[in-house]
Design a protein around this ligand. Structure first.
Ligand code: NAG
Length: 464
């Protein structure tokens, strides 16, 4: 029996994609035994408990190991990312202990980690366990990260102060302002952690990416040809996506059943994306004026109280957050959900014809799978780069114009929704995403590129 350890960082997006990879491996190669290390975050990262319970109950070949909680003085950290890096760093002794204890009864063929878990690389190396990176984001992000040490060496300035266009092999020209926050500020802790990760990618035995071959041919080729980290070593790359979890039936699907085919715009911004109260009102006005049918997930605005920023947000009070009478006036063509929606089921529903998204990569993969054209509204992490890729390279999305202060006016929401649902340009991107959806499904069939990539991984692990 082959034993593989999966070690995702806390956060719903990272966890689900990696666990779904585990399920796929088991589906095609039932002889594997998987161990998943769970770091209990000391702050809110989206609720993972129910999902883990479900997997534990239904997939017996997966064993979960909970690492002891690490308590930190959260307010002394500048960002959630820096908290995550620190929690994982301090979890190292526990990771070692668990790996050693698993090794007593089995040879661990591989450990799969994500970028936040780079601090576990030396432990795995000492224990002679090959380490694979898992990228929950796409090949474009991987190309950028592989190129990051080169970009870093080419300047002594912060990218924040450069206002330039970055040329990264395999991806469209990228305005430096579209880099993620950790990459923008050269002197920050997060910058250093990310650079450390980027420098360590070549030390892994392979890189597993949640994408598929024909979607990101350009960045995948550039990476494999070694163009992204010139002079360095590039480990083999395994595109194994799209990876996503499917959900149970939910009431909103009954509402969708009653709407015409491809008529509904779905607006949802991930498990961590929050808007101010003013922005929520503006979206509502834009939605109302657009005349489109919509399914909108509204979350409470971020708390002004800084000590609450790591807590789960409360249920939104729609009556005070939305304009007076909005729900009543739009009740025949709109549905507002509080905090959460079964996104995969919604996107795959026949009535859904458009998706306004924060461009988180999991959401992008789900929309491509479901053949739903997108409007981009990036909020954090590598999402602004994803926007460039979706709009300029893949041509599966329209760009919502977001002002420098991150605000989007009602007129822009209205204009973009009409463009998506009613214009020739909207029809063009719909056609492209439908083609990509067909390719995504082909990649995940027996003999398809993603399933073949999993097969190659498994062969390597069997020989280890
Ligand atoms: C960046 O510069 C450092 C120090 O000179 C060097 O060790 C490293 O190899 C360089 N990396 C790249 C990717 O150019």
């Amino acid at each position: 029996m082959e034993t593989v350890v999966l070690y995702p960082s806390p956060g719903m997006g990272h966890l689900i994609a990696l666990v779904e990879l585990g399920k796929l491996i088991l589906h095609h190669h039932p002889s594997f035994s998987l161990h998943i290390l769970i770091v209990l975050p000391s702050y809110y990262t989206g609720s993972t408990a129910a999902y883990i319970r479900h997997i534990s109950a239904t997939v017996p070949s997966i064993t979960f190991h909970y690492l002891p909680p690490i308590s930190l003085e959260l307010d002394s950290f500048p960002s959630t990312a820096s908290v995550t890096f620190e929690v994982l760093h301090r979890s190292n002794p526990h990771v070692r202990r668990i790996l050693e204890s698993i090794s007593l009864s089995a040879t661990i063929s591989a450990i799969v980690i994500d970028m936040f878990c780079t601090c576990a690389l030396p432990i795995a190396a000492e224990l002679n366990i090959p380490t694979y990176y898992f990228m929950p984001s796409g090949a474009c992000d991987l190309a950028l990260l592989l190129h990051f040490p080169t970009l870093h060496n080419a300047t002594t300035k912060s990218f924040r102060d450069m206002n330039t266009i970055l040329h990264v092999p395999g991806i469209p020209p990228l305005p430096s302002s579209d880099l993620s926050d950790p990459m923008l500020y050269r002197n920050s802790m997060d910058y250093e952690s990310l650079l450390n990760f980027a420098q360590n990618i070549p030390n892994s035995a392979g890189i597993i990416v949640n994408t598929f071959e024909s979607l990101e041919t350009k960045p995948l080729n550039a990476i494999r040809e070694g163009k992204c980290n010139p002079g360095g070593h590039t480990p083999p790359v395994f595109p194994v996506g799209p990876l996503f979890a499917s959900e149970d039936r939910h009431d909103c699907l009954n509402w969708l059943d009653k709407q015409p085919s491809k008529s509904v715009v779905f607006l949802c911004f991930g498990s961590l994306g929050l808007f101010s109260a003013a922005q929520l009102k503006e979206i509502a006005v834009g939605l109302e004026r657009s005349g489109q049918r919509f399914l909108w997930v509204v979350r409470s605005p971020p708390s002004d109280d800084k000590s609450k920023r790591y807590l789960p947000p409360p249920e939104p009070d729609l009556d005070t957050l939305l304009p007076a009478g909005f729900l009543d006036r739009t009740k025949d063509r709109g549905l507002v959900l509080k905090s959460w929606a079964p996104q995969v089921a919604v996107l795959n529903h026949e009535s859904v014809g458009g998706f306004v998204t924060h461009c988180g990569w999991n959401s992008v993969m789900e929309a491509v799978w479901a053949a739903v054209p997108m409007v981009t509204w990036p909020l954090y992490a590598e999402q602004k780069m994803n926007r460039v890729v979706l709009v300029k390279e893949l041509k599966v999305a329209l760009r919502m114009e977001v002002a420098d202060d991150d605000f989007v006016a009602a007129e822009e929401v209205e204009r973009r929704l009409r463009e998506l649902m009613e214009s020739e340009k909207g029809r063009e991107i719909r056609k492209v995403v439908e083609e990509k959806s067909v390719e995504a499904r082909a990649a995940m069939r027996e003999g398809g590129s993603s399933i073949a990539a999993i097969g190659k991984l498994v062969e390597l692990w069997k020989r280890a």
